[in-house]
Design a protein around this ligand. Structure first.
Ligand code: ZN
Length: 484
């Protein structure tokens, strides 16, 4: 590539050499790229333990204080990897527990080999996303946090949302904004010729608007309304407003329609398309009422229903595996657990496993892999698997999902599946997965890394018997929910 040639890299001051705007942007983004890149390691990895980014906590050197001996400094990942677990002796000094926790939680493939891959560190599943990249890029910048992101969550028509967003970013076509860009010279309001045309002026302060706002119910003595700055004014009237208009429509619905109509009508006046709008207030109220009855109310009603949920037995001859993952809120330690039951709902086997420091997304997958291994070893042929993490089930059903932080576990998962005659993976609600949840939480108190239960442990006995007796739980669900 033109920019990576020898002459350039040998230059003492490569940054001052001329380059295209694309290359300038790439250089600027390099720091963000490096921060966001993370290695997915394999058993043969020759990456450096301390300086490469291969754990959930970033490069380990940042977590270790004090000097590291020259010998230890050269350690590669394969040097500390054993067939079962990690060789802590090699590091020549005792690693802190949280570092061990991070290393233990690296999802290594236990079945296959493969080579190291790069993934994106900003998202739990390792796929690149712009939001986390923006977060990495902004870590060092002292930008003022924009305070009007609530606009996207407000109950408004999309075109009105867009308009408010532009207002809050000082980006609509009023003269003050245009003047800042050098488009116009004078900034005086073309309608009242009295005062600069800021964003607030054509929406609230222009002389003829007082009358319109009064008709909509805003009194002249409402100090907050008439004196708030733009972003506060929008927030005060849309976000923090429980008042009702005389028609009974919420003010937070009438107000944005008023802004939108006032702005449109003003454009008509300024560009003399139609002249002054005669029934503006009636029009605003009608639009708000139409929105209230056709969009807002139907959305509030009937969207959620109460459903009765329970753990269901598998069909005759099948076994059911429920798995779950859990993260401790106290120390971030994750664990997983699972239970296999027969078509009478009777306990066959259960397990709890400590993982280390990782997120719940990965913990769920660890649980699935352990559960499947257990079922394989027991020669179970027809298996239904249930998990309460919808995101995981979606990932498992997507054969193209690859190259990410959890891919070693996914590779194992696909290999394990081929050892069964039939496997069905289903999503279930949390209420139907309480045994697995309990077993996953029990991992926090384990003294061993892995524990098998031949009968239900006492901690989850109540939940197990509830499942066995077909006990129902109520849950508010979306009406159009397809998952049983
Ligand atoms: Zn004016």
């Amino acid at each position: 590539m033109k920019y990576c040639n020898h002459r350039r890299s040998a230059s003492t001051n490569a940054n001052s050499l001329p380059c295209s705007s694309i290359w300038t942007a790439m250089k600027k983004g390099m720091g963000t790229f490096n921060k966001g890149c993370r290695w997915l390691v394999t058993k043969n990895s020759t990456l450096n333990i301390w300086h490469n980014n291969w754990t959930n906590g970033g490069p380990l050197r940042k977590l270790i204080q004090g000097p590291i001996s020259q010998e230890a400094n050269l350690l590669e990942i394969k040097d500390i990897m054993l067939d079962v677990g990690w060789d802590w002796e090699k590091t020549t000094f005792e690693l802190p527990d949280e570092v061990k926790g991070l290393i233990c939680a690296i999802p290594l493939s236990t079945l296959g080999g493969g080579s190291d891959k790069l993934a994106w560190a900003g998202s739990p599943n390792g796929s690149f996303d712009v939001k986390s990249a923006y977060g990495f890029a902004m870590e060092d910048a002292n930008e003022i946090v924009f305070s009007a992101s609530w606009i996207w969550k407000a109950d408004l028509l999309p075109k009105v949302k867009m308009f408010l967003w532009l207002c809050a970013h000082n980006s609509i076509g009023v003269k003050v904004c245009l003047g800042r860009r050098g488009v116009v010279q004078d900034e005086v309001c073309p309608v009242c010729c009295n005062g600069a045309e800021t964003i607030l002026h054509p929406l609230r302060d222009c002389s003829h608007l007082k009358h319109i706002w009064n008709q909509l119910g805003v009194t002249a003595s409402n100090y907050d309304f008439w004196h708030a700055n733009l972003v506060d004014w929008l927030s005060l009237n849309i976000r923090k407003n429980e008042e009702l208009h005389v028609t009974g429509a919420p003010w937070k619905i009438v107000f944005p329609f008023a802004l939108w109509s006032i702005w449109k009508s003003r454009n008509d006046i300024v560009f003399s398309r139609n002249g002054c709008h005669q029934n503006l207030v009636v029009d605003i109220v009608n639009q708000a009422m139409e929105y209230l009855h056709c969009v807002a109310v139907p959305r509030m009603q009937g969207r959620r229903v109460l459903r009765r949920i329970r753990w269901e037995r598998p069909v005759q001859g099948w076994k059911k595996l429920n798995t779950d993952g859990a993260c401790s809120e106290i120390n971030g330690l994750a664990g997983c657990g699972g239970v296999v039951r027969n078509d009478d709902g009777q306990w066959i086997v259960g397990f709890s496993k400590r993982i280390g420091i990782t997120n719940s997304f990965a913990a769920e997958l660890w649980g699935l892999r352990e559960g499947l291994k257990l079922c394989c070893n027991m020669n179970i042929h027809c298996l239904v698997v249930e998990m309460d993490a919808k995101a995981i089930v979606d990932v498992l059903r997507n054969a193209n999902y690859n190259s990410n932080i959890i891919s070693p576990i996914l590779d194992d998962y696909r290999q394990l599946l081929s050892r069964f005659h039939q496997v069905i993976i289903n999503h279930c609600f949390r209420q139907a997965n309480q045994c697995a949840d309990g077993l996953a939480r029990m991992s926090f108190r384990l003294t061993a890394d892995f524990l098998i239960y031949d009968s239900p442990p006492v901690d989850i006995l109540d939940v197990f018997e509830g499942d066995l007796n077909g006990m129902y739980f109520n849950r508010i669900c979306p009406e159009l929910c397809s998952e049983a």
